[in-house]
Write a protein that binds this ligand. Structure first.
Ligand code: 13P
Length: 334
């Protein structure tokens, strides 16, 4: 492992004024997104949609530091035969790849999940590196309920995240470590805080045990936020204050950057929260976005699967990318 090079890539991924586009929806997830805009999900429509994003020159060259791809996309070509990954590189952004293989039920823990994909991961990473990927992503999912998460679920997911991160670094790929505590429940912000604290502490403990070099990774956490179905919704200021307090308590200063997931927040909320956190300032790590839905919902609506709407889709994408880029510097104005 060349740690200096990993650190250089990690820092580039969190360049102030830029952030990451998570365009790594699995075939099942992108179908759900396309269903919502009444577009059939085929290899071709998925290609056309992603080509539209990657050809958004202004967004890609000014506001996007890196793009997380799904396996299908990294091997796909644009309509004119240019590999999609080349479009990303030509815009000056770094290509990355989702390498987890989704979640499976966790035995003995009803309602809980563990992320799969460690088998043959070393071989897959080698192929992705040769294709041009310089970072990867692995998402663990922790749900909040009355009796969950169990320590079992937290522990096995943290162990897998650390195994993945160590394998990435051995393959000279920067791991994005994503332990997502879901915001789907009716819990309040303090319950989210408490669960996320346990999850982050366990994840960093496992990474220490497995000798992951913190300077060569990026953390992709959820924010401390109220559950969607909670009757009490914390304000932007409270989310920002509590998330920063939580991260300061759990994330070592050696980590170069933190790139949040949006997790089902509205576009505006995701931008406002990131902005409020960056306004607090004085942080040991750079804070930016690695949004999927909060960057893509607007362009998906504008595009709606029609070639005639490509310019409108790109404009919607540029707008969200620019708003989040401003938020990554604490300079966004509602
Ligand atoms: P969301 O921002 O839509 O949560 O997606 C980010 C992501 O990559 C989840 O793994």
């Amino acid at each position: 492992m060349n740690l200096a090079d990993l650190n250089t890539v990690a820092l580039a991924m969190v360049t102030p004024g830029k952030g990451i586009l998570a365009a790594d929806e699995s075939s099942g997830t992108i179908k759900k997104r396309f269903d919502a805009i009444k577009v059939e999900s085929t290899e071709e429509t998925r290609r056309d949609y992603r080509e539209m994003l990657f050809r958004s020159q202004e967004a890609m060259s000014r506001y996007i530091s890196g793009v997380i791809l799904y396996d299908e996309t990294i091997w796909q070509n644009a309509r004119d035969g240019t590999p999609l990954i080349k479009l990303i590189e030509q815009a000056g952004a770094i290509p990355g790849i989702k390498v987890d293989e989704g979640t499976q039920p966790l035995p003995n823990c009803p309602g809980e999940l563990v992320t799969a994909g460690l088998d043959k991961l070393a071989e897959r990473l080698k192929k992705y590196y040769e294709r041009g990927a310089r970072f990867a992503k692995w998402r663990a999912v922790i749900d909040i309920g009355k009796t969950i998460p169990t320590m079992t679920a937290i522990s096995v997911n943290a162990h897998a995240l650390a195994r993945y991160a160590a394998l990435c670094q051995a393959a000279q790929i920067v791991p994005i470590v994503e332990p997502e505590v879901l915001m789907d429940g009716d819990h309040d912000i303090d319950r989210c805080y408490e669960v996320t604290e346990r999850v982050l502490n366990k994840t960093f403990q496992e990474m220490r045990v497995q000798r992951v070099a913190l300077e060569g990774m990026i953390l992709k956490p959820n924010m401390a936020i109220s559950g969607k179905k909670s009757s009490t919704q914390a304000s932007v200021e409270e989310v920002a204050q509590k998330t920063i307090r939580l991260l300061k308590a759990c994330v070592p200063a050696a980590v170069p950057g933190i790139a949040f997931l949006s997790g089902g927040q509205s576009d505006q909320e995701a931008t406002a929260h990131l902005d409020a956190m960056n306004r607090i300032g004085g942080l040991p790590w750079r804070l930016t976005f690695s949004y999927g839905r909060a960057l893509q919902a607007a362009p998906q609506q504008a595009w709606a699967g029609k070639a005639a709407n490509v310019a409108a889709g790109q404009q919607a994408f540029v707008h969200r990318a620019r708003m989040n880029a401003l938020a990554s510097k604490g300079e966004w104005k509602p």
